[in-house]
Design a protein around this ligand. Structure first.
Ligand SMILES: [Zn+2]
Length: 213
């Protein structure tokens, strides 16, 4: 199939301004459908690099795990200048990530904060198994509140139980979303006034499908 690149331009300030948080969420969901279907938009990256040099007006900030199997831009069929992406094992927040989110929304005009957890997350498994390793221990401690919230789970509470791991993965996204609202006055106020939305999502590793939680 000999297709011309479909997208040559990056998002402009005017286009970003016109978008509502729901428009942005819809655009990510539509993009994910194309990713799942294997029909990613062709982009002229070389042209887009030059086009983006004078500024950026991304639609959203995505917080993802570092997992190499979750290529965030591709997952949502987005390209240069479309998304801010923050990545840390276990998609947790700390003040640096919150600061990055505040920059993205308040100063750079992004309309959506989306926290995306994923199936088979090694960070979640490590936290469940209480792995100790240098600075990783401190990071995994931040996943502990999500594990505690799953204390009513009736089966085996180890990383060998796929059901338990999945439950904690989903709970961890909710804990992170709650933490963003609780710890960032800037984002809380922006959400209250309807300027942005803060949401959580789950990435299915088997299919590539993203579900909004
Ligand atoms: Zn992960």
């Amino acid at each position: 199939m000999n297709q011309e690149p479909l997208i040559e331009r990056v998002l402009s300030a005017e286009e970003q301004k016109k978008l509502s948080p729901d428009d942005v969420l819809k655009s990510l969901i539509e993009g994910n459908k194309r990713f799942v279907a294997g029909t990613l938009t062709l982009r002229d990256h070389s042209k887009q690099i030059r086009d983006a040099v004078n500024g950026q007006f991304p639609k959203a900030i995505i917080l993802s795990c570092i997992d190499s199997r979750v290529p965030v831009e591709d997952v949502f069929d987005k390209g240069i200048g479309d998304l801010f992406v923050a990545r840390v094992a276990g998609n947790i927040v700390n003040e640096d990530i919150l600061g990055s989110m505040e920059f993205s929304c308040k100063l750079a005009g992004a309309k959506l904060v989306l926290v995306i957890g994923h199936e088979y997350c090694g960070a979640i498994k490590g936290a469940i198994d209480n792995v100790k390793l240098g600075n990783l221990s401190t990071l995994l401690n931040k996943i502990k509140p999500a594990i505690d919230k799953c204390c009513d789970f009736k089966g085996e509470k180890t990383s060998k139980s796929p059901e338990f791991v999945d439950l904690v993965i989903r709970e961890n996204v909710k804990v992170t979303v709650d933490a963003i609202r609780a710890q960032s006055e800037v984002l809380r106020e922006m959400e209250k006034s309807g300027e942005i939305k803060i949401a959580g999502a789950y990435y299915d590793m088997d299919t590539g499908l993203v579900t909004i939680l």
